[in-house]
Design a protein around this ligand. Structure first.
Ligand code: DGP
Length: 115
C-alpha cells in the first residue's frame, strides 16, 4: 500500500477536519481550500495511481466515492446551487498526492476552463 500524507490522516496520526467517514471512505476539508466548501473524498484503501483508474476492478469503491460526494454536498448545503467534482490525474492534471482522491468544491460560482 502506497504511503502518503493521506495514509496518516486515515490512521488519525495527523489531524484533519473530517466531515464524513464510513468503513471504506473518509472525507475531510482540504488544507488549502479553493472554494468556501472544499472537501477531499478518499477511499481508505490506498489506490495509488497517476493517470489510470481501473473502473472495473474498483467499481464498488468508485461508486461509494460518488455516493459520499452526493451525501456530503447535501450536508454542506451546496447540492441545490451545484458543485464541482474533480480528480486530478498525473503531472498535467496537477496531482500532488498519489492516493486516489476526489475534490468536492462548492459555495461559489465556478469558472471554466479551469486553470
Ligand atoms: P491533488 O493536487 O489533486 O493531488 O490534491 C491534493 C490536495 O491535498 C491539495 O488540494 C492539498 C491537500 N492536502 C495536502 N496535504 C494535506 C494535509 O495534510 N491535510 C489536508 N487536509 N489536505 C492536504
Amino acid at each position: 500500500m502506497a504511503e502518503t500524507i493521506f495514509s496518516k490522516i486515515i490512521r488519525k496520526e495527523i489531524p484533519a477536519d473530517i466531515v464524513f467517514e464510513s468503513d471504506t471512505i473518509l472525507a475531510f476539508r482540504d488544507i488549502n481550500p479553493q472554494a468556501p466548501v472544499h472537501i477531499l473524498i478518499i477511499p481508505k484503501q490506498s489506490i495509488a495511481y497517476t493517470t489510470e483508474i481501473d473502473g472495473k476492478k474498483d467499481a464498488i469503491l468508485l461508486g461509494a466515492l460518488f455516493d459520499a460526494a452526493n451525501q456530503i454536498a447535501k450536508e454542506q448545503g451546496i447540492d441545490k446551487n451545484g458543485f464541482r467534482l474533480v480528480i486530478n490525474c498525473g503531472d498535467n492534471g496537477g496531482q500532488e498526492v498519489p492516493h486516489l482522491h476526489m475534490h468536492l468544491l462548492g459555495g461559489r460560482k465556478m469558472k471554466w476552463p479551469p486553470g
